[in-house]
Design a protein around this ligand. Sequence first.
Ligand code: ADP
Ligand code: MG
Length: 272
Amino acid sequence: MTKIEINNVSMHYEIDNHNLSTLENINLNLEDGEFVSIIGPSGCGKSTLIDIIAGLKKPSKGEVKVGDEKVYGPGPDLGVVFQDYSLFPWMTSFENLYFAIEHTNKNSSKEEMSAKAKKYLEIVGLSNFASKFPNTLSGGMRQRLAIARMFATNPKVFLMDEPFGALDALNRVHMQDLLLYLWSRGNSRETTLYVTHDVDEAILLSDKIVIMTPSPGKIKDIIEVEFERPRCRSNLVKCAEYIRLRSDLLSILNEEMLDALSLQKKHMRDLV
Ligand code: ADP
Ligand code: MG
């Protein structure tokens, strides 16, 4: 059972002798197998929070626990996918997968690891691109490879920071379907924290949506998404409850954007 517990996390950055408060007192629990999205204005600290949970940054205050273990640094239990793919450019698609599998499945034979890498290339439709390097793949293909790597390494939790943010609308839809298919196909679902800007994506994927305030980021609201799974995009968008939820989320976010803009204007006035 892998819960994520975020307890009283605050983060300050030191910039030119100024203390920039980025996250303030974040408390959030993800139950085992829960899919939670975070939505909030740009700069409110979403990536900082994901980095803290992934062990890539140390919070100024508070702690994160994955299962019963406090997070002290990155490790194989924490699967991450970022917007910028983070693949090794000097390795082929196959080698990128094999390398990740080798570092997380210490007891497997070479044949087993190779078979696993091939299986995941096939699942994400990249078998014909096994010997290609990331810079010769499209953005969508690179992100499919990053997703394949996350699933192939069996982490306890998934942390995803706007993974499809750079893709065109059609590719994004394909990737959302692929993610949902892979996530819900086994007996157990990985606990997932997912950052997005996209309200429709958040509703389609999530059990809960966390809305953050502009900088310094705090949790403003947590909204339950109770649509049954598996969810069908085309049925969902027609349903009255979906339309209501979407409109509620957009108006909360709109309020946040207006607050963020007035904050920016205030900072600009203070500067001149
Ligand atoms: P989001 O992902 O919500 O857009 P980020 O977590 O990237 O927000 O950034 C939140 C705030 O923290 C921004 O004002 C950003 O400039 C600042 N910030 C992020 N990383 C650093 C860093 N390493 N050093 C200083 N400031 C940072
Ligand atoms: Mg970000």
